[in-house]
Design a protein around this ligand. Sequence first.
Ligand code: TMP
Length: 210
Amino acid sequence: MHKGIFITFEGNDGCGKTTVSRRIYDILKQQGYPVIYTREPGGISIAEQIREIILNPDNTAMDARTEALLYAASRRQHLIEKILPALADGKIVLCDRFIDSSLAYQGVGRGLGIEEVLHMNGFAVEDHMPDATVFLDVSFETGMKRVQLRGNKDRLDNEAKEFHLLVAKGYEEVKRRFADRIYCVDANDALDDVIAHTYETIMEILKRYV
Ligand code: TMP
């Protein structure tokens, strides 16, 4: 049993997850909560190095299972080096993406199967699942438009529309499967509204632990 609270943020590309979760971190920090912010793939040196390999647009030859294994390897190291120690220290850990991303992107986007990817990730995370997950729900068109606007696209951003449609379908399945821990926030609204709704959701989650 850990003492802290593990909260992940998930969503399709262009949902605004990184901007929103960083802002929530700033607000909680300012209010005096014992909170840390981290992200996947990455969060610590070894995992950031793996991130470079996975997201390098030149690595077009990467096999889907290799990709899934690299995400899981990065997750394992991040969990051991950063997430679990922070939770043991009683921290609220806000993590931009975690296992649900692998289930949606590799499980359904790459067609490896949710069951298989969940099973493979079991080796990496053991029983350390998020306590709660905020899902930023953006329409497919809005998400894609935001990705196009931001430029500087990584290897996954460069995938065809069909891949991103499958990922969105994958997330729908993940939301059904883990309905007990997933909280949805409408991410189509203006940024300030999304931040406000996410903050309300986070307060709802934290209330369960005090
Ligand atoms: P980011 O854009 O949120 O930084 O994430 C980088 C990309 O990696 C994004 O397209 C989602 C993808 N991804 C996976 O495909 N599987 C995973 O397990 C994770 C954590 C991310």
